[in-house]
Design a protein around this ligand. Structure first.
Ligand SMILES: *Cc1c(COP(=O)(O)O)cnc(C)c1O
Length: 362
């Protein structure tokens, strides 16, 4: 039985040998006293990479967004965000349950953007006592539901200008922020510049086992640190985890940022292979509207979305029987995510397995 190729997500990546060594040897301290040198080094490294004053190590991307919202939004305020974003759809309503904020959920376009005019129009009238007060704009970069599209620096600047003119900050949920920077050919620091705060995941394509980092101004991070304590995220000798993140963000051969380009090339290769198969077509919805052929040019980071002219569950069962895992995704589509440990030869094996599974589920 050949080994399983797991394309469900880039979260299935395991820590590298260099990470395991760094974790074993990490100097640690009590991080609630800010005594953990490895955590402090990771927070400083992340802040430096993204050109911000300070950073905060958190347990997950969800916690990063939650403490960012808590730090930006007083109770009863409102954030503007895309309707399909993780913050709106996939964080168990934390904005409502914990922050006490509403979200103005906006229509999104095939490139992952919201219409800037619609963003302007979505701002509430602060003088009307009926309305919540708009206190934040949130962007997701890369944007998952469009198939991991990177939002351009120009678009980020346009949205930041709209927000800042009204005295409101911009938060970027950059779970896959380095994928965006690499796909756009823009420095991560430049891409972060329009935002007041950015979160990114260490535990996705960067292959660390646990954690995300939030970056922003020192004053913002101080509020986010208090919020992290409130939600029970103040941890102790957590340098054993931060050490893996430091390896991921390092320059040189053990670093995991530059190699994301390989994942993008493999996603494009996969999309091209799938597009050549009879029975595979466009993902529909924000992934690529319409019922036409799959457009491989849509794969620009590490996601491939597609539909099959089969019963989806039957097809996915047949695929799993051939040692390939993917996940059901929005609007009847299927998602495959490339990541560290998936090579071009694996991609070719996946295309063969999809062809066989299509035949078996016809
Ligand atoms: C994965 C993800 C998150 C949350 O990260 P977790 O570590 O799974 O909590 C947030 N936003 C986006 C866009 C994501 O893909």
């Amino acid at each position: 039985m050949p080994t399983t190729i797991d394309l469900r997500s880039d979260t299935v990546t395991h820590p590298t040998a260099a990470m395991r060594r760094a974790m074993a040897e990490a100097p640690v301290g009590d991080d609630v006293f800010s005594d953990d040198p490895t955590v402090n080094a990771l927070e400083a490294r992340a802040a430096d990479l993204l050109g911000k004053e300070a950073g905060l190590f958190v347990a997950s991307g969800t916690m990063g967004n939650l403490v960012s919202l808590m730090a930006h939004l007083p109770r009863g305020h409102e954030a503007i965000a895309g309707a399909t974003t993780h913050t709106v759809m996939d964080e168990a309503g934390g904005h409502a349950v914990v922050v006490g904020a509403t979200i103005r959920a906006m229509a999104e376009r095939l490139d992952g953007t919201m219409d800037p005019q619609a963003i302007e129009d979505a701002f509430r009238d602060p003088h009307d006592l009926h309305e919540p007060i708009t206190g934040l704009v949130v962007l997701e970069n890369t944007h998952a539901h469009t198939g991991g599209r990177p939002l351009s620096l120009g678009y980020e600047r346009e949205v930041a200008a709209i927000a800042h003119e009204r005295g409101v900050p911009l938060h970027i949920d950059g779970a896959r922020f380095f994928n965006a920077a690499i796909a756009l050919g823009v420095g991560a620091r430049d891409l972060a510049e329009p935002a007041d705060s950015v979160t990114f995941c260490l535990s996705k394509g960067l292959s660390a086992p646990i954690g995300s980092v939030v970056v922003g101004s020192a004053a913002f991070i101080a509020r986010a640190r208090r919020a992290r304590k409130l939600v029970g995220g103040g941890m102790r000798q957590v340098g054993v985890l931060a050490a893996a993140g430091l390896v991921a963000l390092s320059d040189g051969p053990d670093g995991m940022v530059a190699r994301l380009a390989d994942d993008h090339a493999n996603a494009r290769r996969l999309a091209q292979g799938l597009a050549s198969l009879d029975g595979v077509y466009s993902p529909g919805g924000l992934g690529q509207a319409g019922d036409g052929p799959l457009d491989p040019e849509r794969a620009v980071t590490n996601f491939v979305l597609f539909r099959v002219r089969r019963n989806r569950a039957a097809f996915m069962g047949a695929l799993e029987a051939r040692g390939v895992l993917m996940v059901p995704y929005a609007g009847g589509s299927i998602r495959a995510v490339t990541h560290h440990g998936v090579e071009a030869a694996d991609v070719d094996r996946v295309v063969g397995a999809v062809a066989d599974a299509l035949a078996a589920s016809a």
